[in-house]
Structure formats: structure tokens, C-alpha cells
Write a protein that binds this ligand. Structure first.
Ligand code: NDP
Length: 321
């Protein structure tokens, strides 16, 4: 019997993995295996920054496999303002989960990094081999270094103990159960919330910047399938980028159009070009993923966005806003 423990199980990605485990057929490529129990935990089950509290979780469940998602995650504002907290909380969480996975002889640990681990000055498209080739962007270096060290630890634990600890690097994630905070969320949940309020209050829907920057987005349920696959089949210590292809980048204007459509907003909709745009593009290559799983079908962006918007509208009262 295998026991899969998912840390961060109450968040955007954790809820998506739970959805996949409940909806994919047992024994299928992206589903759970027969004789495999999945346990999803959030911060109410214990504070992973604390070693003893994390140890109690490992002692209680004695996992054979771990998907490690728990992290202090924030938008640009809090990442810039609380660099020490983002660094320390994530270092503590990751160190406790990695060391206890080793102590409890976990057979496979898959942790989640982020594309902000990549150097600021780097050759595009981003690829798995360039993670450590220079310092990350200054705006969120606390979070980024905390995440980078997971890869360093994975290699150290493999080389010293032979532990099969690895990591995945998703591009921008969106889906049901996101964080819809208006001030400090990621672009899609933030704009979904803004657009819904504009519709309800009959006010303009105004997006900062020109709408021209391009981004790669992955639907949380697609990422969830890929993470289940990674747990069962991906056998390298090196990270793997999980994302639709570079040529499937979407502009912020495309995102906003899709949101207007999905929310059914018919009022005044415009871009405030006096506000600065972020970086124009930061494409990541999914060549390694395609090499291993070339037939994976990503959900088309418009349908994924519609499902996410429908979930948000239906769950507005209880969603993280
Ligand atoms: P969420 O913010 O939605 O969820 C974070 C999860 O971590 C929650 O389950 C939360 O528990 C848990 N958590 C936070 N702090 C602690 C703690 N001290 N002790 C125990 N549990 C804790 O994050 P996402 O689902 O968006 O992110 C999952 C992973 O993916 C993270 O590692 C993140 O860095 C990475 N990632 C996310 C991206 C994105 O666009 N969202 C992009 C790339 C990578 P609770 O709900 O109880 O607070």
C-alpha cells in the first residue's frame, strides 16, 4: 500500500490534484494507482515551518510518496515588501519536508518550484539547465532563492543518500480555488475578481498597462495531471518545466478578452496605458516534457478560463478574496 501525502493540499494546485485524483480513472496514466491512498493537508493540519509539527504529520501518516506544494506564495507587492519572510518561511518549510522525507524513507518526493527561480539575465526560452546561471530578479529574490535551494537539496540528498527527490517548474497557474485578492494576486484571478466587481457595480473594467505582454499559463487541472504523472513516472532529479509550449503564449489583452467573455461583462472595458507593463515575454521551453509525454493534451485556454470563471462566480462567497 502506498500513501501519498500532498502538502499545500488546500491551495490552488492541491485542490486541483484532489480533483484529478477523484475524477481520473484509477490506474490510468494521470489517475491514482490501485492500493494508493492520497492525503491532502493544509496549514490547519500543522505548521510546516516548524520541525516538530512537520514531524508529527510524517509520524501520523508515514507517507511513502510526497507531493510538496506548501509555500508562502504571494503577488508582486508582498514579494517585494517581505523578502526576508518569503525567504525564511519557504526555506524552513522546504527543509523540514525534505529532511523528514529522508528520515521517513519516502520513496519519491516531488516539490514545486516556479519560473521566478530563473536568472534575471538569461537566454530565452528558459530551460531546466539554466536555473542556477545567475541571480534571480531583484523584486522577489527572497522567494526565488528559497525555491532554488529545493533543487540544490534534491541533488545533495540524491548524491549523499540516493533519495529520489525531484521538482517541477510550472509557468503561471490558474484555475478553481485560486487566490482572488485584488491587491496582491496573480494576473488571472486578480482580473477575474476586478471584472466580476465591475459587472456587479456597473463600473468600468480597467486593466493596467497596454495588454501587450505575453505569458504562458497552465490550467491547474492540467498541471495536476502532470504532477501525478511526475510522481509515478518522471525519474530524474533535475527539475522539469510543466507548461504549454512557448508558441502558446497569451497576451494580457487575450486574457482580459477571455475574462470579459467568461464573466459576461458588457460595460466599459479599457487599458490604462499610463501604467507600466511588466517584462514583455519570458518564454519557457516545454521541450523536455514533450520528449517524455508528447501526446499530453492541454485544455484549450478559453475553456480552462471559462471553467475557472464559473467556479469563481459560483464560489464567490467562500473564495479567497
Ligand atoms: P496557494 O497559496 O494556493 O496554497 C498554498 C498552500 O500552502 C496552502 O495549502 C496553504 O495552507 C499551504 N501553506 C502555506 N504556508 C504553510 C505552512 N506554514 N504550513 C503548512 N501549510 C502551509 O499556492 P498554490 O497552490 O498557488 O501553489 C502551490 C505551489 O506551486 C507552491 O509551491 C508555489 O510556489 C508553486 N507555484 C505557484 C504558481 C502560481 O501561479 N500560483 C506558479 C508557479 C509555482 P492553507 O490553505 O491552510 O493556508
Amino acid at each position: 500500500m502506498s500513501i501519498v501525502l500532498v502538502t499545500g493540499g488546500s491551495g490552488l494546485v492541491g485542490k486541483a490534484i484532489q480533483w484529478v485524483i477523484e475524477n481520473e480513472p484509477v490506474g490510468s496514466r494521470f489517475g491514482r494507482k490501485d492500493r494508493e491512498e492520497w492525503i491532502f493537508i493544509g496549514s490547519k493540519d500543522g505548521d510546516l515551518r516548524d520541525f516538530d509539527s512537520t514531524k508529527r504529520i510524517f509520524e501520523k501518516y508515514r507517507p511513502t510518496h510526497v507531493i510538496h506544494l506548501a509555500a508562502l506564495v504571494g503577488g508582486l507587492f508582498s514579494n517585494m515588501k517581505y523578502k526576508a519572510t518569503f525567504l525564511r518561511d519557504n526555506l524552513l518549510i522546504n527543509d523540514n519536508v525534505i529532511e523528514l522525507s529522508h528520515q521517513y524513507k519516502v520513496e519519491k518526493l516531488v516539490s514545486c518550484l516556479s519560473t521566478c527561480v530563473f536568472p534575471d539575465q538569461v537566454k530565452y526560452p528558459l530551460s531546466e539547465s539554466s536555473v542556477h546561471l545567475g541571480p534571480p530578479h531583484h523584486s522577489n529574490f527572497g522567494y526565488a532563492h528559497g525555491k532554488r535551494l529545493v533543487d540544490v537539496q534534491n541533488h545533495a540528498y540524491y548524491e549523499q543518500y540516493g533519495d529520489k527527490f525531484t521538482s517541477v517548474i510550472p509557468t503561471n497557474i490558474f484555475g478553481p480555488w485560486d487566490n482572488y485578492d485584488l491587491e496582491d494576486s496573480h494576473v488571472i484571478p486578480g482580473l477575474l475578481h476586478k471584472c466580476l466587481l465591475a459587472k456587479r457595480n456597473d463600473t468600468p473594467f480597467v486593466i493596467s498597462g497596454t495588454g501587450k505582454p505575453l505569458r504562458q499559463f497552465i490550467y491547474s487541472r492540467d498541471l495536476a495531471k502532470l504532477m501525478v504523472w511526475a510522481l509515478h513516472e518522471y525519474d530524474e532529479i533535475e527539475p522539469i518545466i510543466l507548461s504549454p509550449a512557448e508558441d502558446e503564449e497569451v497576451s494580457i489583452k487575450d486574457v482580459s478578452d477571455a475574462i470579459v467573455q467568461a464573466i459576461g461583462f458588457q460595460g466599459d472595458y479599457r487599458f490604462d496605458t499610463s501604467k507600466a507593463d511588466g517584462q514583455f515575454r519570458k518564454p519557457a521551453s516545454n521541450a523536455k516534457l514533450l520528449e517524455k509525454l508528447g501526446d499530453f493534451e492541454f485544455t484549450p485556454f478559453a475553456s480552462a478560463l471559462q471553467e475557472s470563471a464559473d467556479w469563481f462566480v459560483q464560489n464567490y462567497a467562500t473564495a479567497r478574496t
